[in-house]
Design a binder for this molecule. Structure first.
Ligand SMILES: [Zn+2]
Length: 196
């Protein structure tokens, strides 16, 4: 998870129309999905992202707005724009609620649009597997996060800028071990010590 909530929501609002376009394009015979033996074939990742967002954003918005005594906006775009402010209000009121779902929606959207390269499974096990308290799977191997694409406007043209995440993390639930690229030498030393 990188970036702040405001940036995440803004990027999501920018990309959601692209999901609609991708579905439309696939269904008009230009994309990989089209009718096959008379059956309409759609890009299921795109459809799944669209359905998840349209199913999850309104109830979460209504719930949060309700907690804050506000009226929720009527469309998804406007709801996304309220999330950062709502999160600040929740924090200032010391309500024990934090809005985290937009990161998951953004990850889903980026994968569906091909803006997220696959992760690489590394051969090394998580160095905290032995020392971390309880339920850490003993041989959980580390993962190198795939590069992420960002849409940028360049002289009125949209282009994709690829940014290497440079993050190695442990996928075990509740472990939370993560190293940025600057911390890789440290991780190498830890792994060498574990082998020695
Ligand atoms: Zn771990």
């Amino acid at each position: 998870m990188t970036g702040d909530l405001a940036g995440t929501c803004a990027e999501l609002a920018q990309l959601i129309p692209c999901l609609g376009d991708a579905l439309e394009r696939d269904n008009h015979g230009d994309g990989p999905g089209r009718a096959w033996h008379g059956i309409l074939v759609v890009n299921t990742d795109v459809l799944h992202a669209l359905l998840t967002i349209s199913r999850e954003v309104p109830p979460i918005s209504r719930h949060i707005a309700g907690l804050l005594g506000e009226k929720p906006p009527s469309d998804i775009d406007a709801m996304l724009r309220q999330f950062p402010r709502w999160n600040e209000r929740l924090a200032s009121l010391e309500r024990n609620v934090t809005i985290t779902a937009p990161w998951r929606w953004l990850a889903l959207t980026k994968r569906a649009l091909g803006l997220r390269k696959p992760d690489t499974v590394l051969p090394q096990p998580c160095p905290w597997a032995d020392t971390h308290p309880e339920n850490h799977p003993p041989r959980e191997t580390l993962i190198l996060a795939g590069a992420e694409g960002f849409l940028r406007t360049d002289h009125g043209q949209l282009r994709v800028e690829w940014v290497a995440a440079g993050r190695i993390y442990c996928p075990a639930p509740h472990c939370g071990a993560s190293w940025s690229q600057a911390e890789w030498p440290l991780l190498e030393r830890i792994l060498d010590m574990a082998v020695a």
